[in-house]
Structure formats: structure tokens, C-alpha cells
Design a binder for this molecule. Structure first.
Ligand code: FAD
Length: 337
């Protein structure tokens, strides 16, 4: 099996998704395509028969594909939607237009080099801008949607739209297009239906079983992001400081997907997990990180099943000990082996 990166315009069958997710684990996508650019993506989507599920993936830093694989065409945005431009500068600030496949840390650096302040928090989020928009990614008290002036989206029919934040319900790690007809399957997974089910128990989570893939009604192609005028030197220094904090507190030298669980209201998932004595607990080659209890690391050859079993074990233990139902922040897709 070739380890060569998918070239723009290349389609592969049975592509191991372990190559495309930060956990470096999991099954294959039936098909995997990296478009050349925005127009190629649009043409590709329009050409796909309606029965073929499409799943857009950025850098896979929040994604687990089960070992049985994903019966879908995965579309990779990284290396495909990579343009960025500085627009509308004035003394107060500026707008950056960035395509969805650009890594969030690059957005932080682009803004800093342009003398803008406020994008530094993105430096340590190792996904694409599209993934950040889908997840409302954030940290250190800020979130991507605080900076969105507008987004450009693509739907399954190939229609491109410009939308504003008013078109979305925007929550903690969850964004949903308003007035969207929902199905149960979409509601349990992904960008447009991921409900924060505060009362959901681990048992209810399990009962949901594999999350069915539904056509996502719209994907992000690009966003216009607003930032205030600042100083390059200050922003670059802040990026260095924030990255150093992450190196000190997160297991960045082992494959992981960042925080596995959303923080429950008023608390921290990591605190609850640590209080259960779960740090270092393993299922196969998956381990609750000793450095950060809300991270699960792949010690080398972890299967997606081992990671998922560990997720369920943590949920169960936190439920029994604290009566708190942890909800996963990571998206889990595909079939069990
Ligand atoms: C070490 C580490 C630290 C992290 N720290 C943070 C943090 O501080 N804060 C935080 O919020 N997250 C954090 N994360 C999680 C992750 O990086 C973010 O959720 C990130 O925004 C995901 O981007 P991605 O491109 O990797 O998305 P993926 O994992 O590829 O996809 C995630 C979801 O977004 C959807 N998606 C991706 N691109 C698009 C698109 N263009 N249009 C529509 N839907 C799309 C996918 O279908 C999938 O459902 C961390 C992860 C790691 C590994």
C-alpha cells in the first residue's frame, strides 16, 4: 500500500483513514478524494450520485473512523482549499479571507504577520479552518465564530452561498444551520446536527450505536474573519507563549485527538476523569493520558475499537462516580469491524 500523499485531483479506493486522522488509528474510507481547488470540489460534488455519502475531512484532528471503515467518499480539504487573502484594512482592524483547508495555526500566523491581534488562540488547534468552523473550535476564552464576518458554503447540489453568523445557531463546540430539517441520524453526529445532549447518559450514548452518515446539507469552503489591529511582535510572542503552555500540559508527542469530551457546564471533563483515578488506564494500546486526563493517546497500534472502548469506560466511570454524562467532542463515524 502506497504511503504517498493523495495528490490534488486524485481519488483512491480503500484509503486507510489512519493516514488522515491525528489518532493514527481506524478503518478505511471506501473512497477518498482530494480536490484540486474550490471549482474542482464543486464539480466533483455535483457529479456524485445521490446515494453516495460524502464526508468532508480537514486534518482529522477531531475524528475517529471505526475499524470496519466508512462506506462513503471522504473529501479532503487540506492541500485543496488553501487560498488566503488580506481584505479591507483600516486603522481598527482587517478582514482575512481564508479557505477551509488552511490549517488554523497558519491563520494565527497570517494574522500575526499582518499586524492583527486576536487570532493567536488558533495557533495550537491542529485542524483546518473548515474543521474549526464546523466545531466552533476555541480555547483561552475565545472561539472561531467570534471572528466570523461571513462564510462561503457548498451544498450537495453544487450551490455556493455566502452566509452570515445570523444563519447559524452557534454553541460551545457545536454549530448548526438554522431552520434545517433534521433527521435522527444527522442529529447524532457532525457539523449540522450535533446536539449538546446534556442529559444523555453513557447508556443512551451506547444505544445510539454507529452514527449513520447522512448527506451534510452544506460544507464550509471559506470564511471572512475579522481581527483588530495589533502588533506583529506581540501576537507572535503570544503564539509562542500559548504553544509552550500546550507542550507543557498536553501529550503532543503521541497521537491523540485533543479533548475527547466536551466540558460539562461549569466543570472540566479532565477534572472529573482524573478524580475517578482514570489517568493511565488502558484498553489495548489506547491510554488515558497521564499528562492530560481528557486526552486519549494511541501508544502505537491502538485500534479504533480500543479507543472507543476506553471512551465508553471513562463515560461509565464518570457517570457512576459523579453522576455526570460526558458527551464526546470527537466525532465517531463508520462501522464496527
Ligand atoms: C493536540 C490537539 C489539541 C486540540 N486543541 C483544541 C482546542 O484547544 N480547541 C478546540 O476547539 N479543539 C481542539 N482540538 C480538536 C481539533 O483540532 C478541532 O476540533 C479542529 O477544529 C478540527 O479541525 P479538523 O480540520 O481536524 O477537523 P476534522 O477532524 O477533519 O473534522 C471534524 C468535523 O468537522 C467536519 N468538517 C471538517 N471540515 C469541514 C468543512 N470544510 N465543512 C464542514 N464540515 C467540516 C468533519 O466532517 C467532522 O465532522 C485539538 C486537537 C488536538 C489533536
Amino acid at each position: 500500500m502506497s504511503e504517498r500523499m493523495l495528490e490534488p485531483g486524485e481519488m483512491r479506493s480503500n484509503e486507510p483513514m489512519s493516514r488522515h486522522v491525528s489518532w493514527r488509528a481506524g478503518g478505511c474510507a471506501a473512497r477518498c478524494y482530494r480536490p484540486r481547488d474550490r471549482e474542482d470540489l464543486r464539480a466533483f460534488v455535483q457529479d456524485q450520485p445521490a446515494h453516495v455519502a460524502l464526508h468532508v475531512v480537514g486534518l482529522g484532528s477531531n475524528l475517529l473512523v471505526r475499524d470496519g471503515g466508512l462506506d462513503a467518499t471522504v473529501v479532503l480539504t487540506h492541500g485543496a482549499l488553501r487560498a488566503s487573502a488580506l481584505l479591507e484594512q483600516d486603522t481598527a482592524g482587517a478582514v482575512l479571507e481564508v479557505e477551509a483547508g488552511v490549517p488554523a495555526p497558519k491563520v494565527a500566523r497570517l494574522a500575526a504577520h499582518a499586524g492583527l491581534a486576536g487570532a493567536e488562540f488558533l495557533a495550537g488547534i491542529p485542524g483546518t479552518l473548515g474543521g474549526a468552523l464546523a466545531m466552533n473550535a476555541g480555547c483561552y476564552g475565545d472561539e472561531i465564530w467570534n471572528h466570523v464576518q461571513s462564510v462561503t458554503t457548498l451544498d450537495r447540489a453544487g450551490v455556493i452561498r455566502v452566509r452570515t453568523p445570523q444563519d447559524y445557531s452557534i454553541h460551545y463546540r457545536h454549530v448548526q444551520l438554522k431552520n434545517l430539517p433534521m433527521t435522527g441520524a444527522v442529529a447524532s453526529d457532525g457539523l449540522l446536527g450535533a446536539g449538546l445532549v446534556a442529559t444523555q447518559t453513557p447508556r443512551a450514548n451506547e444505544a445510539a450505536g454507529p452514527r449513520a452518515l447522512e448527506p451534510t446539507p452544506e460544507w464550509f469552503l471559506a470564511a471572512r474573519l475579522q481581527f483588530a489591529r495589533g502588533s506583529s511582535a506581540t501576537a507572535l510572542q503570544r503564539i509562542r507563549t500559548l504553544l509552550a503552555q500546550r507542550v507543557a500540559s498536553q501529550p503532543l508527542n503521541q497521537p491523540n485527538a485533543g479533548s475527547v469530551f466536551r466540558n460539562p457546564p461549569g466543570d472540566h471533563a479532565a477534572r472529573l476523569i482524573e478524580a475517578c483515578g482514570l489517568k493511565g488506564v488502558r484498553e489495548g494500546e489506547a491510554e488515558v493520558s497521564l499528562k492530560h486526563a481528557n486526552f486519549i493517546i494511541n501508544r502505537g497500534q491502538a485500534t479504533a475499537r480500543a479507543i472507543e472502548r476506553l471512551i465508553e469506560r471513562v463515560q461509565q466511570q464518570v457517570w457512576v462516580t459523579h453522576g455526570v454524562a460526558l458527551v464526546t467532542e470527537v466525532h465517531i463515524v463508520g462501522e464496527r469491524a
